[in-house]
Design a protein around this ligand. Structure first.
Ligand SMILES: Nc1ncnc2c1ncn2[C@@H]1O[C@H](COP(=O)(O)OP(=O)(O)OP(=O)(O)O)[C@@H](O)[C@H]1O
Ligand SMILES: [Mg+2]
Length: 275
């Protein structure tokens, strides 16, 4: 496999109340093309900072060290990018945030906002963009796709809104999908449905997935590999089965204990159980 993304010695510092907060410290990680990687860690460990750095979405005031190299297949030679890597996001990278209400435009219909993503990033004409929006709404299995296209976000449930946000994120057939706590605000059943949806779309499109969660058990149902962040440092990276069955770090074990309280076997059996 080839690396889609090579992160080397990445450090991010924020300024807060006159002091510097080290959100990431010397993080190095390769993300292989086509893999499903989970990044887990407790609140404040730097997960979102890492996701935003990859997507080029960090605040301008953030101080960034190290490199992130993006190798978009054989088409382009790889290049390094820093904070404002505008060209990648939205076309090559799809991003799903925790709260669909804040990522969706409340005054624009679902159909229009998905079409706008297509129109902006792929340059398709408006009617083609609308047609693509319809296909996308069908792909994320919104009930009654026609009605969904005409709906405003507030007319949809939390799970349905997240389906719309996912449709918008994959609208340009990105190579990489980043889901940052994309299911954390949902109840358990809807969470499982959204995880299943992400799994299906990633498989269908051959996307690379970075799934970010504080919930290692949930991450294990989706990811082939797990990277564990603690206080801005990568403390453990490995195959999901290894991390679950034989975590090397006490911190990883503590995360497992916090979320499991059960054997790893049934957990791993859940992989692929939902489609
Ligand atoms: N814009 C910002 N300005 C100042 N400090 C920030 C900013 N964003 C994050 N931080 C700080 O950086 C650290 C890492 O935050 P980050 O949001 O990356 O963690 P996280 O793992 O995503 O947490 P959560 O699980 O709560 O989403 C925390 O100490 C946080 O308070
Ligand atoms: Mg976060």
């Amino acid at each position: 496999m080839t690396a889609l993304l090579s992160i080397r010695d990445l450090s991010v510092r924020y300024r807060r109340d006159g002091a510097e907060v080290a959100a990431l410290n010397g993080v190095s990680l390769e993300v292989e093309a086509g893999e499903r990687l989970a990044i887990i860690g407790e609140s404040g460990s730097g997960k979102s900072t890492l996701a935003l750095a990859i997507a080029g979405l960090l605040a301008r005031s953030a101080k960034i060290g190290g490199t992130i190299e993006w190798s978009a297949g054989q088409l382009q030679s790889s290049h390094s990018f820093k904070t404002s890597a505008g060209p990648l996001l939205g076309r090559d990278i799809g991003f799903v945030f925790q709260d669909p209400s804040s990522s969706l435009d409340p005054v624009m219909t679902v159909g229009k906002q998905i079409a706008e993503v297509v129109n902006t990033h792929l340059g398709l004409g408006w009617s083609q963009s609308l047609a693509r929006a319809k296909t996308l709404v069908e792909r994320v299995r919104l009930p009654d796709p026609q009605a969904a296209l005409r709906a405003y976000p507030h007319q949809l449930s939390g799970g349905q809104k997240q389906r719309v946000a996912i449709a918008a994120a994959i609208a340009t057939a990105p190579k990489l999908l980043i889901a940052d706590e994309a299911t954390s605000a949902l109840d358990t059943i809807v969470q499982a449905e959204i995880v299943a949806l992400i799994r299906r779309l990633v498989a269908e499109d051959g996307m690379t997935l970075i799934f970010i969660s504080h919930d290692i058990a949930l991450a294990a149902t989706l990811a082939e590999r797990i990277a564990v962040l603690r206080h801005g440092e990568l403390v453990e990276v490995g195959a999901t089965e290894k991390i679950i069955n034989a975590p090397r770090q006490a911190y990883t074990r503590a995360l497992l204990d916090a979320h499991l309280g059960l054997d790893a076997e049934p957990l791993l059996d859940r992989q692929g159980a939902l489609t």
